[in-house]
Ligand binder design. Structure first.
Ligand code: GRF
Length: 212
């Protein structure tokens, strides 16, 4: 059974997609042992509670400096000892010590086709604002392993989404979530839980069912 901790900051629609996929058998062999949020008001914590999953709030705001927060966050994750950490709309930088503790065991969903529209300052709605500003015709989402860089780890999967006439950032964000994020993240978790993912020389190899 793959033990998972999910980290959230907001609405938790990606967490909900994971919960729904597990209920419907599209994710097998996993257990979410805790949901961590930096935001005590995150609706994602309510979604966790309704599935009787323990919610934990750890926020940089509650620590004197970032280094102290990083130590506390990394220590909590070591204590929980998940097999996989899933960043689902999580807006806090992962401490370097946690990246080292969980090498290629932290996955993140990013709302663009990396390496486009990612890195410092590219999160949430801002990504879609920049997409529309640039006038690209295709965007999408990427699920990737987290390394010490920002949105630079090995890419696990991507899904393209068309930008449409009269899109606003909000409309585009919703389409990217519905058509890409909520599909990619559960599928990646199921692939990892069922041994279909390997990282070879910093590139992800996905073995289809029966390849083993
Ligand atoms: C989404 O745009 C997601 O791509 C980004 O955070 C936003 C909210 O995600 N990572 P959620 O509804 O909290 O899962």
């Amino acid at each position: 059974m793959l033990k998972i901790v999910v980290c959230v900051s907001g609405g938790g629609t990606n967490l909900q997609a994971i919960l729904d996929a597990a209920e419907q058998g599209r994710i097998t062999g996993t257990e979410i042992i805790a949901v961590i949020s930096n935001n005590i008001k995150a609706r994602a914590l309510e979604r966790a509670a309704s599935h009787k999953i323990p919610g934990i709030v750890i926020s940089p705001k509650n620590y004197p400096d970032r280094e102290t927060f990083n130590e506390a966050f990394a220590a909590k994750m070591r204590e929980l000892a998940p097999d996989l950490v899933v960043l689902a709309g999580f807006l806090v930088r992962i401490p370097p010590q946690m990246v080292a503790d969980f090498s290629n065991r932290i996955v993140n969903i990013h709302p663009s086709l990396i390496p486009s529209f990612c890195g410092v300052g590219y999160y949430g709605l801002k990504v879609h604002e920049k997409v529309l500003e640039r006038g690209v015709k295709v965007t999408g989402a990427t699920v990737h392993f987290v390394n010490e860089g920002m949105d630079e780890g090995p890419i696990i999967a991507q899904k393209a989404v068309y930008v449409e006439e009269n899109d606003t950032p909000e409309i585009l964000q919703r389409r990217v979530m519905e058509q890409a994020e909520w599909i990619l993240l559960p599928k990646a978790i199921d692939d990892i839980a069922n041994g279909r993912i390997a990282v070879v020389e910093d590139k992800v190899v996905v073995r289809q069912r029966g390849d083993r």
